[in-house]
Every structure is written in C-alpha cells, then in structure tokens.
Design a protein around this ligand. Structure first.
Ligand SMILES: [Zn+2]
Length: 262
C-alpha cells in the first residue's frame, strides 16, 4: 500500500498506519502524533496516509489523479498548518475549525508540522479539541513533535502516538577547533592552515564552528560581550558558508573568516 521507501525507513510506523487503512481492519484514528527527529519521514507517512485515504485503488504505484496530486504536494485535501513566526495563532486554528465543518468530497488530512506546546499552545489548541475528539466525517489529524512530552496532554490524550525510528544525529568533533576563536592575527592564520590540512571538508568545518559558537552563546548567556563576539562570528561563518557555495577558494574563505573577529 505505502511506498516501499518509507516502509523500509519506518517499518513500525508504516505498518501501524497501513493496518488502520486496510478495509475491513481497524479504522484510522482521528488523530496521530508522530514523534522523532525526522520531519521528512513524518511528512512522507502523513502524505502516504492522505494518498491512500483519497485513492480508489490503494496500491503503491497508483497514478490516479488523487495520488498524483498528493505526490506533487498540490492535493486540496492535504492541509499543512505551519507556525507563523514561532506560534500557530488562535485565528489560524479557528479558521481551520470553520473550514473543516464545511463538508468536502475528499478525506482531508490536516498536518501540524510543529506541534510542541510552545508552537501549538493551549489557547490555539483549545479551538480544535472538540473536533479532534469527534472530527467531521473523513478528517484525520497529524501532529509532529520530537517527544510526546513536548505536546499538550489535551492533544496527546485524544491521539494515537506513533514513535518513529530516530535518525542518528551527526557527531561533531569540536577538538578540531582548538584555538577558535583565535586571539591574534598570527594564530588566526595558523589555525586556518591547520584546518585546511584536515581531512574534513571546509563546509563541515564551518558547520562545526557554527555549533561551537551556538554552544558558547548558550553556556555564557550572562556574559554580554562574549556573546556579542560569538554572535558576530556566527554571522561571519554564515557569510563564509555562502562564499564556499559560490566557489570562493576555501583557503581565502577560512583566512578571512578567522581574521574577521579580530
Ligand atoms: Zn490512486
């Protein structure tokens, strides 16, 4: 039923959802919470669910108009709710509720791509609780979060939680950056030279620098001058990453970056 790629990547979640979509088996839940750190897989699973719910053939290689629209992200029944800046507003959830009360020829699938309690806070969620519990005919909700603990209990208690397989986070070797940020011009150029001799590509070195600076800022939030210096470097690292993308020579990029904060 589901695309084999997602069945291989997320066998447990795909099996639960497929089983709920098989005619004659259990009914789909009103709302699913997908937890984990891989939003791409979450979207894939929610889209596959929407595709099967709206397809007459329910096969993985189907090319009917509903399946094509879902694959192209243009199906009117798949409604993605994204935060405006950092939160999902009360106006947005109220508008969504009203639109769902109008009947549709499709099985609508509503996807909250960021549903932690800071983004989907209780005032906004309250407008939806009743229809999550008793949705109009042919409506299914999906909420994405890193952990079920990150979500409002009022939503968790009305949903089926499906934990996804975690994608391993990349390991960063901060020891590479000994002496960063450099104290003077001489040390800056020596560090640039050392970094260029590493087997690590310049793009990855910048990524490690970025994480190192963010950690510095988080751990020293009370030291204003130190933070400002790190924030400044962070901007320069971003600029350096863009220069690398424009094929500027890595040595020139690293030299000018390491000299920039002095
Ligand atoms: Zn189809």
């Amino acid at each position: 039923m589901f695309d084999p790629i997602i069945k291989q990547k997320q066998p447990f979640a795909a099996r639960i959802l497929e089983s709920a979509l098989t005619p004659g088996r259990e009914k789909p839940a009103n709302a699913y919470i997908l937890t984990g750190n891989n939003t791409d897989d979450m979207l894939f699973l929610a889209n596959e669910t929407a595709r099967i719910l709206n397809c007459g053939h329910k096969i993985e290689e189907c090319t009917c108009v509903n399946c094509s629209w879902v694959r192209q992200n243009t199906h009117p029944a798949v409604i993605r709710v994204e935060p405006e800046k950092t939160v999902i507003t009360i106006a947005r959830t109220r508008e969504l509720k009203h639109s769902l009360l109008i009947s549709s020829q499709y099985h609508r699938v509503i996807i909250f791509t960021k549903a932690d309690y800071k983004t989907l806070h209780s005032e906004s969620a309250n407008a939806l609780l009743k229809i999550i519990e008793e949705p109009p005919r042919r409506v299914t909700f999906f909420f994405f979060a890193r952990d079920r603990e990150d979500m409002l209990d009022t939503i968790v208690s009305r949903s089926q939680v499906i934990p996804l397989k975690y994608t391993p986070e990349p390991v960063f070797d901060f020891s590479l950056l000994g002496g960063f940020p450099p104290e003077n011009r001489e040390k800056a150029l020596l560090l640039a030279e050392k970094l260029l001799k590493e087997n690590t590509p310049a793009e990855d070195i910048l990524e490690i620098m970025q994480r190192h600076l963010v950690l510095n800022i988080k751990q020293n939030s009370e030291n204003r001058d130190f933070c400002l210096k790190n924030i400044n470097y962070l901007k320069n690292v971003q600029k350096a990453a863009n220069e690398l993308k424009s094929y500027v020579n890595p040595q020139a990029v690293l030299d000018s970056l390491l000299l920039s904060g002095l």
